[in-house]
Ligand binder design. Sequence first.
Ligand SMILES: Cc1cc2nc3c(=O)[nH]c(=O)nc-3n(C[C@H](O)[C@H](O)[C@H](O)COP(=O)(O)OP(=O)(O)OC[C@H]3O[C@@H](n4cnc5c(N)ncnc54)[C@H](O)[C@@H]3O)c2cc1C
Length: 572
Amino acid sequence: MEKYETHTHDVIVIGAGGAGLRAAIESSAQGASTALICKSLLGKAHTVMAEGGVAAALANVDTKDNWETHFKDTMKGGKMLNNWQMALYHAQEAPERVRELEYWGALFDRTKEGRINQRAFGGHTWKRLAHVGDRTGLEMIRTLQEKGIHSGIDVYMECTITHLIKDGDRETGAFGYWRESGKFVLFKANAIILATGGVGKAYKYTSNSWEYTGDGHSMAYEAGAELIDMEFIQFHPTGMVWPPSVRGILVTEAVRGEGGILTNSEGERFMEKYDPERMELSTRDVVARSIYTEVEQGRGSPHGGAFLDVSHRGADYVKRKLPSMYHQFMEFADIDITKGPMEVFPTTHYVMGGVKVEGDTCSSTVPGLFAAGEVAGGMHGANRLGGNSLSDLLVFGKRAGEGAAAYASGKSHAQVSAELVEGFANELREPFNNTQGENPYTIHQDLQDVMQLYIGVFRTEENIQTGIDKIEVLKERAKTLKIEGSVMFNPGWHLCRDLKSMLIVSEALARCALARKESRGAHSRVDYPESDDEVLGKLNSIVSFKDGAMDVATRPIVEMPEELSKLFTEDK
Ligand SMILES: Cc1cc2nc3c(=O)[nH]c(=O)nc-3n(C[C@H](O)[C@H](O)[C@H](O)COP(=O)(O)OP(=O)(O)OC[C@H]3O[C@@H](n4cnc5c(N)ncnc54)[C@H](O)[C@@H]3O)c2cc1C
């Protein structure tokens, strides 16, 4: 094992998006020696792509806003399946985390009075999203990075972690490779925080980048942690549809937040039929299904989407409030959104399911393993409200950093088994040694088709079962992969391990989708169109690795204390 480059820290954070950076800042502030590892360059995470804003009940624009309303909106958006403790911490702590970001140097858009400006977003009762035009994530990452690099954190970039290491029940490290040289690297640690983001690359059309291959989900699963509510994956209502090369790229909800109107080929403002009260600012699950239905019923735009028009706000306003959208459409589609509509269709965007964690410390069911951000589950229940991810990263990034540092404190470093590590190395090398086998790109493409077709916006028992059968075939095919070339910057080789992760999350998604015989939030069963609030609405799905196979079970949700449930009865 001495042959592998080795680093030792109290806490290692895998993933350097908003959640990872915030966690590392906190862990370091608690005095833990902290490593931050990411498979791309620092600052290239998904968080940087976030456009619309960060949700926090600052009450700067709508003064009636408060944490109670944010909590209720989040729970109702999640169809009451959320971990209420997480939703509570989130609603109560988000304003402080946003102000802290401002204190660290983030420059938000301002109201006339000079306070942080807030915009409307789907499912939020009040104008709640603090924003920087449509480039909020960029400002957030810039600020966290600036803070982070001066906090004594050791950063390891372009380093992919492939396996978690345990000693008995306890996490003791992680193993992976440098993307450029292909050399293996070992990290020893007392606590590990997963902040690896989502799983969107398992689908054909997605707003997510190459980094979202479900690595954290699958490593946690393999290490024995539980995953929760994996059937819930969010299809954002508005992705680009044309030209084909950019299909799936996000059209931010801020377009609707700034007054964008959805129409079909007959010029009808169709949200009147689906949610007359909230219209375009209904929750994402409802808007996505509405667009899908319009297109299915033959009222789609020329390239199979709906029209989304914000041009009535005037060119200056659109360019100021939605600069990235203006450039995105000009450059990719040669369309001027200040003059006419865009064409949009649902795109795979965000996974609500993830590693099951405790709200206070973000600890998983494996001692020493923590998770925060999109890789963690529970916070958003069956459907996430826009803007609630960026606030989630800040609130739970901080909590995970604190929790992991406290756990690691005073512990001596446990043994790392040389045999185990050598096994991981051999597994990773295998595609080079195979004389026969499949190309990982072909299987990845096939998987994306399967997920898109069978585990999509609308689901039926027959479709999901077909999807599962096909995933089983893909798993068999993926057992023998063959790759050419050397270990030096070889994306085909990188995909071999990523593919394994995507197959695990896809199977978990499909199996949970089959088991949930109701429609709830982002999970729409055509054969079970109603929500079953009495039975299934009170059960979380739990995925774990048992006896060499995937086990899917249910567990009763943790009931809310009376003082909180009262908030909802008062509403009725
Ligand atoms: C286009 C777009 C717009 C969005 N707009 C908004 C918005 O306006 N408001 C909002 O609230 N949410 C928005 N979201 C969602 C939000 O941006 C993400 O949910 C959030 O940024 C996830 O943050 P994270 O820290 O969990 O993960 P990320 O920011 O994606 O970071 C993941 C990190 O993990 C690393 N990583 C992954 N696997 C490995 C591995 N095996 N080894 C080492 N490192 C690894 C990556 O390199 C990366 O550093 C948007 C998402 C997209 C795609």
